[in-house]
Design a protein around this ligand. Structure first.
Ligand SMILES: CC(C)(COP(=O)(O)OP(=O)(O)OC[C@H]1O[C@@H](n2cnc3c(N)ncnc32)[C@H](O)[C@@H]1OP(=O)(O)O)[C@@H](O)C(=O)NCCC(=O)NCCS
Length: 168
């Protein structure tokens, strides 16, 4: 097992779009493709063909970037304060704690905004990651993307919402 990395986090800026699209592509092509067929991966990859739309979607959500030595190495997004939507890590730094840092932060932000139940639709690649964090599998889904059917699993986790005035 490789040592965990010192990760810094920051919110996404509009100019980050192309770099996040590149991480999205690398994470699918090098990591997720071990769990999905080449045709399914091509369909999944097509979600970033329109980089402007891809970037706009991320900007409409709460999107955090992870950096190591000022290099962007991953990102995660939270929709409606309650649904973890995107989570992608540069394959060359996989299993080094990048996704953990991102999801730790988004869970804290969601809880601080009053969200008691956080959900995600986990890819087959990410399912063990979420299970280890206490997410419970609720439902198996198949969704159509660019003419291919891809499986994922709806999972959820109860968060501890901070009590108002707890510091008083
Ligand atoms: C899933 C993903 C985001 C995980 O990112 P990561 O930075 O490698 O994850 P972490 O290093 O924080 O992993 C923390 C723990 O989760 C578990 N875990 C993570 N990836 C795993 C995998 N592929 N298989 C089994 N367990 C895994 C491990 O217990 C790991 O701890 P360990 O490395 O000490 O054993 C990354 O593999 C990825 O980008 N996958 C492709 C895109 C994708 O499927 N995204 C999810 C869309 S819902």
């Amino acid at each position: 097992m490789s040592a965990k990395l010192a990760v810094a986090l920051r919110p996404m800026l509009p100019s980050d779009g192309p770099e996040l699209a590149a991480i999205f592509r690398a994470a699918i092509a090098d990591t997720a493709c071990e769990d999905y067929s080449p045709a399914q991966c091509d369909a999944w990859l097509s979600a970033a063909d329109d980089e402007a739309a891809f970037s706009k979607k991320l900007q409409e959500q709460l999107t955090l970037l992870a950096t190591v030595n000022r290099q962007t190495v991953g990102f995660a997004s939270l929709r409606d304060n309650a649904h973890l939507d995107m989570l992608y890590v540069q394959p060359k730094v996989g299993r080094r704690g990048i996704a953990t840092a991102l999801v730790d932060a988004l869970e804290i932000l969601a809880a601080s905004r009053g969200t008691a139940l956080i959900t995600t639709d986990a890819s087959d690649t990410a399912r063990d990651f979420f299970a280890r964090r206490g997410y419970v599998a609720m439902r198996r889904n198949t969704l159509e993307m660019a003419g291919e059917w891809l499986g994922n699993t709806s999972m959820e986790k109860t968060l501890s919402v901070p009590q108002r005035g707890a510091l008083q």
